[in-house]
Design a protein around this ligand. Structure first.
Ligand SMILES: N[C@@H](CCC(=O)N[C@@H](CS)C(=O)NCC(=O)O)C(=O)O
Ligand code: FES
Length: 116
């Protein structure tokens, strides 16, 4: 993309994280994930029953390059809730199995609804 700098990409990332209380950076889309790790994360997240935003990092190579540095997390998927990195696929699945994911997601979704 013309005029894209690492700084402008980080600004874009910060904006996405600030504006979307439940945000999944993934490969592909929730309907058509391009990787098994992203597919697993989507499945766990969808089973929480709330809407979430996503960014397909395969369509956004600048974000793919900069987010791991910004997040200090090397891989995708990355789940961000209320401005904070929750983790990748393993953590999402682990939290889901421990029944910790749903309350986190529900709370973020409730907060957003009450602000609308
Ligand atoms: N164990 C990881 C699996 C994710 C993973 O290994 N992702 C790799 C392959 S999809 C990745 O994002 N590599 C960097 C890249 O493709 O930009 C997790 O818990 O999320
Ligand atoms: S794209 Fe190959 S492991 Fe995710």
């Amino acid at each position: 993309m013309e005029g894209t700098t690492p700084e402008s990409t980080v600004d874009k990332i910060k904006e996405q994280i600030a504006e979307n209380p439940i945000l999944l950076y993934m490969k592909g889309s929730p309907k058509l994930p391009s990787c098994g790790f992203s597919a697993q994360a989507v499945q766990a997240l969808m089973s929480c029953g709330e809407q979430f935003a996503y960014v397909d990092i395969l369509q956004n190579p600048d974000i793919r390059a900069e987010l791991p540095k910004y997040a200090n997390w090397p891989t995708f998927p990355q789940l961000w809730v209320e401005g904070e990195l929750v983790g990748g696929c393993d953590i999402i699945i682990e939290m889901f199995q421990q029944n910790e994911l749903q309350p986190l997601i529900k709370e973020a979704a409730e907060k957003q609804k009450s602000e609308e």
